[in-house]
Design a protein around this ligand. Sequence first.
Ligand code: ATP
Ligand code: MG
Length: 286
Amino acid sequence: MENIIRIAVQKSGRLSDDSLSLIKECGIKFYNGTGKLKSTSTNFPIEFLFLRDDDIPGYVADGVADLGIVGENELVEKDKDVNVLKKLGFSKCRLSLAIPKSESYTGIDYFEGKNIATSYPKILGDYLQSKKISAAIHEISGSVEIAPSIGLAEGICDIVSSGSTLMMNGLKEVEEIFKSEAVLIANKDLSEEKVSIVDKLLFRMNAVQTGKSNKYILLNAPNDSLDKIVSIIPGMRSPTILPLAQKGWSSVHAVISEDQFWENIEGLRAAGAEGILVVPIEKMVL
Ligand code: ATP
Ligand code: MG
């Protein structure tokens, strides 16, 4: 079928909710009842495959799916030849080396000649090689944190987000070796028809992402401080200024990035701004 694209998303796990929300925010409607493995959108030429994340890079490389949403950790580990179209900014985590809390860590040489348990033998192997460390890598598919306490390995390499799982298992993080977030990947040989559908999807995703990182700001200010305020918040093109019913006062509206807002809030208040409202933007097309 040439006039529809197929996207592989994680069936259930730490990527699923954000992947599906992003697609919904793009205005794409579909039904994903529990246990469903396939679904087709009712208002966009896209079909969904719900899979384990481990299988997503391979399905996209083989062309079973045209697109996929997967963590960079899984993508690099599986080492498949696909195009990365976009970083998606969610499911952020890191892969780290950890050792028992009671051990004193001396630097990466600590691992020379040791045993390390991991679900990421390729990423870990490449890292150790780049550091010229030879260690025995033991691949296990889950509950890696338990390996040191059962005598399987002296250290582990696993996904960390807050570090609480490590702590519960008496481990401490000693080296971060890889940073990951969710990415949108594509098969390398998409037909022209499919590329044009993918471009439409990317256009919508960009609008959603840009909207999220920006805010609509409204504030009131005395007219004599408007120049100062406008210099602080330049806005998309230039801010909108509307007179208030109260003489000598105006309302200023502008779009600014969220970071910029926090950096400039004191400056705005000092310049005389009052009643500052910050409103989320759903979509933004520049
Ligand atoms: P599956 O059953 O699909 O194989 P899984 O158990 O391998 O799922 P999850 O735990 O759902 O995987 O994690 C999926 C991806 O989410 C990971 O590969 C990683 O990119 C990211 N991830 C993992 N842990 C976290 C976390 N604590 N916070 C944010 N993102 C995470
Ligand atoms: Mg998995």
